[in-house]
Design a protein around this ligand. Structure first.
Ligand SMILES: [Zn+2]
Length: 230
């Protein structure tokens, strides 16, 4: 792990350590991993396929993708209902969610060097672009079916615009704002669905994905853990 990450994300752990934590937690709760399915609400960026070591842990190929760009759960109530209806009988579901932020080895926040790229590129590209929009006090039309997700991301950052723009690290603050938006939406969606749930256990882990340069293992800073039984 390079120096910049502990400075900004002191609680960040390697993805393999997150995997160990999840296995330990589920076993302690006497949950059968092969009777557990998983979903994510992460940004569409292919860099977030870093959770591939999880593919063999759970039932089904997984994960169900609840998220769109930035990680907001754009699949909504319908997506969550569909996912929960796929849970094994007497089984459990795991949901991982949160925004992501790249930190390059030379310490640039919001950038990573991807495989076979000669220079770093933005990460999360959606949040970097949304940050530029709020700097210019710009909005995007929310009813454009070809780009409504980014319009929503911009509106979420506008809600915390002054804090973000006054921060020493605006993208980091924007990422925290995105986390709060994702966390709140996940809980609102679940609150609506909860009355319909029966014979199912939910294990939710929210946090910040910290993407590193291609050759270095990515990290995750856990922000919220919740376990619910119905
Ligand atoms: Zn992204």
């Amino acid at each position: 792990m390079y120096k910049t990450i502990p400075k900004h994300y002191p609680e960040a752990i390697r993805i393999t350590d997150l995997e160990t934590k999840i296995i330990t937690d589920l076993v302690q709760k006497k949950l059968d991993l092969k009777s557990t399915i998983w979903a994510t609400s992460f940004c569409s960026d292919e860099v977030n396929n870093l959770f591939s070591p999880f593919y063999d842990l759970f039932a089904g190929p997984g994960p169900f993708m609840l998220g769109g760009i930035s990680g907001l759960p754009f699949s909504g109530i319908t997506g969550m209902k569909a996912f929960l209806s796929h849970a094994p009988s007497h089984g459990a579901v795991l949901v991982l969610y949160g925004p992501h932020i790249g930190i390059s080895e030379d310490g640039k926040i919001g950038q990573v060097n991807r495989q076979n790229q000669f220079a770093s590129s933005t990460c999360c590209g959606s949040l970097v672009a949304a940050l530029e929009s709020i700097k210019k006090d710009e909005h995007m039309p929310l009813d454009n079916p070809l780009d409504y997700q980014q319009a929503r991301v911009i509106e979420h950052l506008h809600k915390n615009r002054s804090n973000i723009l006054e921060s020493q690290f605006p993208l980091k603050e924007a990422t925290d704002s995105a986390y709060e938006a994702i966390h709140t939406k996940m809980n609102r969606i679940l609150d609506i669905i909860k009355p319909e749930l029966d014979d199912i256990k939910l294990y939710l882990i929210g946090g910040i994905v910290i993407n590193t340069d291609w050759t270095i293992e990515d990290l995750f800073e856990v922000r919220n853990v919740e376990y619910l039984e119905f």
